[in-house]
Write a protein that binds this ligand. Structure first.
Ligand SMILES: [Zn+2]
Length: 206
């Protein structure tokens, strides 16, 4: 099934990404990539922070593509930073949606912290759209986040995984929940022809 249907996503998710793009690239950078991706309607006019499903996945994917081509070889790192900033925005402004309000994570063992935050991300996405298929798997000491629908690479093709924004968000989520740095690797990507985008969370020695 994969990314066959152009899913709609909620305003809050697009807003989160655009605020993060502006934080990382500045206002001129944001406006440039909005023009490049034919999303000029958002210039000085961000979508509201609500759960109306008014944005197409293909728009979200085009934004990602524009940022990648804007920066060339540096695009991957920029998109990771934007992913990180979008998770931080979600913690600041959308903690109810993420299910973080009033949760005391600090006292939990690390494995439970990771399970909690990854499931929170997956559930928030599913809550906003019943067509979204994402799940969290655990094997030994590795957590795996599997997205069978993905708005980052929707409709795109590549010989390498390209969901760098997702990698940045997942990495920041586990860092936020555990206080530890983790490396996140996208091992499979729908844009490459895989049936899903699959992200492995790997503990680093840092
Ligand atoms: Zn992907």
């Amino acid at each position: 099934m994969g990314n066959s249907e152009d899913l709609v996503i909620v305003n809050a998710l697009m807003r989160q990404a655009l605020v993060a793009v502006e934080e990382v690239m500045g206002k001129n950078g944001l406006n440039a990539v909005l023009r490049m991706s034919s999303l000029g309607q958002y210039i000085d006019n961000l979508p509201p922070d609500d759960l109306n499903p008014s944005v197409k996945s293909s728009d979200y994917a085009r934004l990602n593509e524009a940022i990648e081509s804007f920066y060339g070889r540096g695009g991957r790192g920029m998109l990771r930073r934007i992913g990180k900033a979008s998770f931080q925005y979600a913690v600041r402004e959308q903690s109810a949606l993420l299910g973080l309000a009033g949760v005391a994570l600090k006292l939990l063992p690390r494995k439970q912290q990771m399970r909690f935050i990854l499931n929170s991300m997956a559930n928030a996405l599913k809550k906003t759209n019943r067509q979204v298929h994402v799940e969290v798997e655990e094997a030994d000491n590795t957590f795996v986040y599997v997205a069978r629908t993905c708005s980052v690479c929707y409709g795109r093709q590549s010989d390498k995984p390209i969901c760098h924004l997702y990698v940045g968000s997942i990495g920041e989520a586990v860092r936020w929940a555990t206080g530890q740095p983790y490396q996140v690797q996208e091992t499979h990507c729908i844009a490459k022809g895989d049936p899903y985008c699959r992200f492995e969370v790997i503990e680093t020695d840092a």
